[in-house]
Design a protein around this ligand. Structure first.
Ligand SMILES: Cc1ncc(COP(=O)(O)O)c(C=O)c1O
Length: 393
C-alpha cells in the first residue's frame, strides 16, 4: 500500500486551543505589540530555590541518564509523603507512577482502561484536553452540561453513567471555572463509582490553590474500596514548575499503576533525570512557596473581580481556586471564538474562548499574570466591548 494520508485518529484530534493562544501571544509580543496575555495557564512565580539547586547539583554529577521508567525511588518517596501529608493516605511506591506532567499520567490512565467504544464521563466546563485524550485512547467522551450555572449536580452526573461507562474524570478546583465541587458532591461521585464499579480519576492539579480559607474535599474520606480511585497531581501549578514536566498518579489499584507504567515504558521510556531530582527537592523543600502563591493569586482574583464588576451585561462566578475565571460574555457575542479573536485584534488582550472548554458564550480570563496586566487587560476589554451592540437576552 502506498498512501501518505494521516491516520483517522490524527485527523480527528484538534490542536490544544490554550497552547495555540500561548503561541499566538508569544508571536504578537515578538512583533513588538503591547499584548496583554490573560490566557495563560502558568504562575509567573520563579522556581523554588530547592528545585533549582537540585538541578544544578544533579547536572554537576555529569550523570544525566535514563531513570527507572515509572519514576525514581526518591521522587516516589516524596509523593508518598505528599499523599500522606495532604490526603492522610498511606500509600507505597508501588501505588505511584511519575509521568511527564499530570497530562501524561491522565493519558497513561486512559490508555490503560479504555477499550474501543467505552465511554468516559466528565462535566462541562472541562479542561480542553479531556475530550481529545479520550478519543486518542479510542473511547467516547460523554460530556455532562450543567442545567444552570457552571457546575453539574451529582444526579446530572449519575444520569450520564451507562453500561458503557468505564471512567469518570473530575477536576476540582476546576479549570476553567475556578469552582470547587463540594463535599456532598465528591462523596456522591466516589460512591457512584464504587457502586457502578467504574474508575474515578480526580485531576487534583490545583487542589491547594484555593481561596478564602477553603480546603478541597478529600475523596479518600469517602472511598471504601479504593481500587477504582485514582488521583492525578503534579508540580506544575502549585510550585510554578510547568517546565519540569513532572506529574504523577496515585492509586491503591496496583495492576492499574503497573499497566500505566507499561504504557509509559513503551512510549517515553522514563522521565527527565534532572526534572525528577528537581521535583523531589520541591516536594521535600520549604512549602511556604505554595502559601505565598496562593495569597498572591487570591489578591489577583480580587483585583480581577473588582475590574470585571465595571463591565455591564456579563455574569461572573467568584473563583474559589485555580487562577482562572470563566465569565459569561454571551450578551456581547455568543460566539466565544469570534469574541476572543475580536479582543485579540482590537484590544490586544489574549483570553481563551469558552468553546474550547465546552461552554460557548464564556471567556476564560486568567489571573496568574501581574496585577497591572490584569487591570489594564480588563480595562481594554471593557473599552473594546463598548463598540459592540448587545444581543437580545
Ligand atoms: C485541569 C488540568 N489538568 C492537568 C493539567 C496538566 O498539567 P501538567 O503540566 O502537570 O501536565 C492542566 C494544565 O493546564 C490542567 O489545567
Amino acid at each position: 500500500m502506498s498512501d501518505l494520508t494521516l491516520s483517522s485518529r490524527a485527523q480527528s484530534i484538534g490542536d490544544s486551543p490554550t497552547l495555540k493562544i500561548n503561541a499566538l501571544a508569544r508571536a504578537l509580543k515578538k512583533e513588538g505589540k503591547p499584548l496583554i496575555h490573560l490566557g495563560g495557564g502558568e504562575p509567573v512565580f520563579p522556581a523554588p530555590e530547592a528545585a533549582v539547586k537540585a538541578i544544578v547539583a544533579k547536572a554537576e554529577t555529569r550523570k544525566i541518564k535514563y531513570t527507572p521508567s515509572s519514576g525514581t525511588p526518591e521522587l516516589k518517596e516524596a509523593v508518598v509523603k505528599y499523599t500522606l501529608d495532604n490526603y492522610g493516605k498511606k500509600v507505597g511506591p508501588e501505588n505511584i507512577i511519575i509521568s511527564a506532567g499530570a497530562k501524561q499520567a491522565l493519558y497513561n490512565f486512559l490508555l490503560s482502561v479504555v477499550n474501543p467504544g467505552d465511554e468516559v464521563v466528565f462535566p462541562a466546563p472541562y479542561w480542553v484536553s479531556y475530550p481529545e485524550m479520550v478519543k486518542m485512547a479510542g473511547g467516547t467522551p460523554v460530556i455532562v452540561r450543567p442545567s444552570k450555572g457552571l457546575q453539574i449536580t451529582a444526579s446530572e452526573l449519575a444520569a450520564a453513567v451507562t453500561d458503557k461507562t468505564k471512567a469518570i474524570l473530575l477536576n476540582s478546583p476546576n479549570n476553567p471555572s475556578g469552582l470547587i465541587f463540594d463535599a456532598p458532591f465528591i462523596e456522591a461521585v466516589v460512591k457512584l463509582a464504587e457502586e457502578k464499579n467504574i474508575f474515578l480519576l480526580m485531576d487534583d492539579i490545583y487542589h491547594k490553590l484555593v481561596f478564602d480559607g477553603k480546603i478541597c474535599p478529600n475523596p479518600y474520606d469517602y472511598s471504601v474500596k479504593g481500587q477504582n480511585l485514582v488521583i492525578a497531581n503534579g508540580v506544575s501549578k502549585l510550585y510554578g514548575l510547568t517546565g519540569l514536566r513532572i506529574g504523577w498518579a496515585v492509586s491503591e489499584n496496583r495492576s492499574l499503576i503497573s499497566a500505566m507504567g507499561r504504557m509509559q515504558a513503551q512510549s517515553t521510556s522514563c522521565n527527565c533525570d534532572l526534572s525528577e531530582a528537581a521535583a523531589a527537592a520541591a516536594l521535600l523543600g520549604d512549602q511556604a512557596c505554595i502559601g505565598d502563591l496562593r495569597s498572591l493569586l487570591e489578591e489577583n482574583r480580587n483585583v480581577l473581580l473588582r475590574e470585571l464588576e465595571q463591565i455591564p451585561h456579563i455574569t461572573v462566578h467568584k473563583p474559589q481556586g485555580t487562577f482562572y475565571s470563566f465569565a459569561d460574555f454571551s450578551r456581547y457575542n455568543p460566539d466565544s471564538q469570534a469574541l476572543a479573536q475580536y479582543l485579540l485584534e482590537k484590544a490586544l488582550v489574549a483570553v481563551v474562548p469558552g468553546k474550547a472548554f465546552g461552554m460557548d458564550g464564556h471567556l476564560r480570563i486568567s489571573f496568574c499574570a501581574s496585577q497591572d496586566s490584569i487591570v489594564e487587560g480588563v480595562r481594554r476589554i471593557k473599552r473594546a466591548l463598548e463598540n459592540l451592540s448587545l444581543k437580545e437576552d
